[in-house]
Design a protein around this ligand. Structure first.
Ligand code: A2P
Length: 280
């Protein structure tokens, strides 16, 4: 869990992160992050929109772990696009988390409904604010989430800094081949949110057979699959035993053949939300 990838700006990022989406604010998010830190996770992924930054921050603080050992990500919510708004939103996330800096700050969605006819300008303006955050030390790396190639093409027209990360819905049910290829070409790390397909991958019977073969759980198989593709999985759970189980993935390797089998479950457990038609 302390193994790292190196981002395109040289910053190191632990190769598995703990996702906190759907961890409700208050006790649940607090306990989940506490359990994750205890299990050895050093990379915590949150967002303003999850409404749990205060609890996540408190769990981090109470852990007593040195800030420098942790990697913390948050995200700019859809309502806060634009230069001034993005600067304020970053400050507010830092305040809620109780941190002096974020390791990574992402634009959460490329095309919010509120700005649907001006997403190009809005992303460019937000990005400028984020680049400033990089310059003044409020963030160590900046990136995007849910961006498809046409959104990235547009952003790169005005960006001074290439996104370090594109965090997308990425699991055996949706391998997002075009976006992953684009990310790879531009040296943008593909982070995988919902690496377990929000829990739906457990309905794929063939995965149970593969898991039995390796004497691992289906979750472990799928997280391992994500790593073997070079993705950065962000599994989430609110149960301490599963949080622990999802870290026990470094003592085995899937064969190329099994990786290909797992590549073949497209669509069976849901697909990514289309960012250009999302209703938020
Ligand atoms: P829970 O939080 O109740 O443990 P994803 O990371 O793709 O969004 O998937 C998260 C979902 O998968 C949650 O519903 C979570 O449930 C469940 N989950 C996470 N880890 C495991 C595991 N090791 N075994 C079974 N279910 C898991």
């Amino acid at each position: 869990l302390t193994d790292t990838y190196t981002l395109n700006n040289g910053v190191k990022i632990p190769i598995v992160g703990f996702g906190t989406w759907q961890s409700k604010d208050g006790a649940e998010a607090y306990e989940a992050v506490k359990a994750a830190l205890k299990a050895g996770y050093r990379h915590i992924d949150t967002a303003a929109a999850y409404g749990n930054e205060e609890s996540v921050g408190k769990a981090i603080k109470d852990s007593g772990i040195d800030r420098k050992e942790l990697f913390v990500t948050s995200k700019l919510w859809n309502d806060d696009h634009g230069y001034d708004s993005a600067k304020k939103a970053l400050d507010l996330s830092l305040e809620k988390l109780g941190l002096d800096y974020l390791d990574l700050y992402l634009i959460h969605w490329p095309n919010p409904i509120k700005f649907r006819n001006e997403w190009q300008e809005k992303n460019a303006d937000s990005w400028r604010a984020m680049e400033e955050g990089l310059d003044n030390g409020k963030v160590r790396a900046i990136g995007v989430s849910n961006f498809r190639p046409h959104h990235l093409d547009e952003l790169l027209k005005t960006a001074k800094v290439t996104p370090a990360v594109n965090q997308i819905f990425l699991n055996p049910s949706d391998t997002e081949d075009e976006t992953v290829a684009y990310n790879n070409e531009h040296n943008i790390l593909s982070e995988a949110y919902s690496p377990l397909g929000t829990g739906k991958i457990f309905t794929i019977p063939e995965l149970k057979d593969i898991a039995a073969k390796y004497d691992k759980s289906v979750a472990q198989i799928v997280i391992r699959w994500s790593l073997q593709h070079g993705f950065l999985p962000l599994p989430k759970s609110v149960h301490a035993d599963r949080i622990q189980q999802n870290t026990d993935i470094f003592d085995f390797e899937l064969s190329d053949e099994d990786v290909k089998v797992i590549d073949g479950f497209h669509g069976v457990a849901g697909l990514a939300t289309d960012p250009d038609t999302a209703t938020f």
